[in-house]
Write a protein that binds this ligand. Sequence first.
Ligand SMILES: Nc1ncnc2c1ncn2[C@@H]1O[C@H](COP(=O)(O)OP(=O)(O)OP(=O)(O)O)[C@@H](O)[C@H]1O
Length: 343
Amino acid sequence: MTASPALPARPDAAAPILAVRDLKAHFRTNHFGVKRYVKAVDGISFDVRRGEIYGLAGESSSGKTTLIKTIAGAIKPPLEVVGGTVDFAFLPGYGGLHRAPPAEVARIRWRHLSYIMQGSMNVLNPVRRLRATFADFARSHIDASDRQFEQAVVDHLARVKLDASVLTAYPHELSGGMRQRATIALATICRPDFIIADEPTTALDVVVQKDVLGMIRGIQREIGSSVLFVTHDMGVHAHLTDRLGIMYAGRLVEEAATAEIFRRPLHPYTRHLISSLPRIGDDIQRKGLEGSPPSLADPPPGCRFHPRCPLAMAACSERVPDMVETEPDHRVACFAVNGDQAP
Ligand SMILES: Nc1ncnc2c1ncn2[C@@H]1O[C@H](COP(=O)(O)OP(=O)(O)OP(=O)(O)O)[C@@H](O)[C@H]1O
């Protein structure tokens, strides 16, 4: 086994905890004998730094879930990784969980890498009481006596404002907010280095959502984890994430500190996302974008946003713009912003 070129084998505080390079993951579909590839993730590169919450935004079907599934190694047919690498600092040398031996994946799961999913019932076993579920997930990773383990679970539940009595409950006996807090407790009890969160608050009402987001932020600060947080909700990103990547049709089109994206969005698609957010006291009728997102089975050539882009020029339909660091820590893939760098 050789160390990945993207990340050193020894922990280095300055190195990213996750480096994704030119990742491509496509769905191979077969409709009545016609083979098609849905290019859901098509050449994505970005880093997540230690201790940050990195947000991924983009409208429905832009490929966010496919991207994090690929990063998490949850790859099942018809999804295929067709190129690129995913390097976690705690799993160097393989280029992705999907290429690592199952024993290595089991070693890092929950202890180094954990998940908070959209539906809590995907994680909580409906026929097991919570005490048993905590034991299933965490007992083998925490070196303690049974009594100490139980106390650690109770203390950790208190962090997400859950009483010890929930340990005797089945998931269906808890409210949606309580279940989601229980999944946050499960995902964080082993103090993982990295947490992947996929729309964890989308199904909750606004008040519970705020509570749950505050808990994710609080626990993340306390244990120092890095978080990759996916939601289409720009309001959630504004409150929670440190840096933000904007996806459009299977590609990353812009990345910067979240405050910077809201202050000075550069890509025309990001500008549209930001300008369409409702503001208090503002009753201006907002103009939608012309057209709709492309089919990822047959995306347009060049920049995938060009058919809808108010700034489109000839190069946009001919070549794919690279993500260019336009300003320190602000990358954008757009010829209209960066100029056409063709030789
Ligand atoms: N099993 C599948 N087979 C074929 N295509 C799929 C499959 N799952 C997803 N896709 C397609 O992949 C593309 C990206 O979907 P994905 O779910 O990753 O987007 P998303 O940004 O997470 O959307 P949402 O916010 O609605 O969850 C879409 O075009 C979708 O139709």
